[in-house]
Design a binder for this molecule. Structure first.
Ligand SMILES: [Zn+2]
Length: 238
């Protein structure tokens, strides 16, 4: 369940990410009435089994059942990350056009956000996978400008160049990241989930990893992500 929008007196329109049909918009009629049986299981960012009936414009949600699994606690931090995953999942797909693995990946990321100690971990993996799906994975093995070797040392990241820079191409305007963060990014983009889960990652490293992913995303998406802006505001306020 990626998004919801109140409609009319008591209806609500949902954007669903489905396994077989990609992104689908569907209306839940009367869902804002207290008597509605649809209301409880139709939670934002929830994982549901849904039966849709063909409508004139939008499909109509006829039946819905929550799937078993952890639910995202109602804390601001986790909800903000869930919003980011949902916004990005929506951005990556077109209506009724499934993108391979995106459904599984999104369900996995939302599950991690519900269950993991650090909501950044699952979301970082998802951001990287989304970048990869869009063809914007950053250059991590060599210098993004000259393709020369990257020494085992802290390096600046340039979203414009599409990756980390060697000392020769280094630009003082770009933020520099520790080797730890660069190595974690390599593990993530290699898709090595098993290793990623075993890594002990402090908040500093995860923050750096997230910063790199966010700057790469924002550079390549033509519209900014509202949820990313919200997360940043939340962080500076906290
Ligand atoms: Zn270079």
């Amino acid at each position: 369940m990626l998004r919801k929008l109140d409609y009319g007196e008591a209806d609500r329109i949902f954007t669903l990410l489905t396994k077989e049909h990609g992104k689908v918009g569907a209306i839940a009629k009367g869902v804002r009435k207290t008597s509605s049986r649809l209301a409880a299981p139709l939670e934002l960012y929830g994982h549901v089994d849904v039966l849709l009936a063909r409508g004139r414009n939008l499909d109509v949600i006829a039946q819905v059942e929550r799937k078993p699994g952890p639910r995202i606690p109602a804390d601001l931090d986790r909800t903000a990350y869930a919003a980011l995953v949902a916004e990005l999942a929506e951005r990556v797909t077109e209506d009724r056009n499934p993108v391979e693995n995106l459904y599984e990946l999104t369900a996995w990321a939302l599950n991690q956000l519900a269950a993991d100690d650090d909501p950044r971990r699952g979301s970082a993996y998802f951001l990287a996978a989304a970048l990869d799906l869009m063809g914007y994975a950053p250059q991590l093995a060599q210098c993004a400008r000259c393709e020369g070797p990257l020494p085992d040392a802290p390096a600046p990241f340039s979203a414009a160049a599409g990756g980390f820079l060697c000392p020769r191409c280094s630009d003082p305007a770009e933020p520099v990241y520790e080797t730890g963060a660069i190595k974690v990014l390599r593990v993530i983009f290699a898709g090595d989930l098993a290793l990623y889960r075993r890594l002990k990652l402090g908040p500093g490293i995860m923050e750096a990893v997230e910063e790199v992913l966010a700057s790469q995303l924002e550079y390549h998406l033509d519209r900014r992500l509202n949820s990313l802006r919200f997360l940043r505001r939340m962080r500076t306020a906290g």
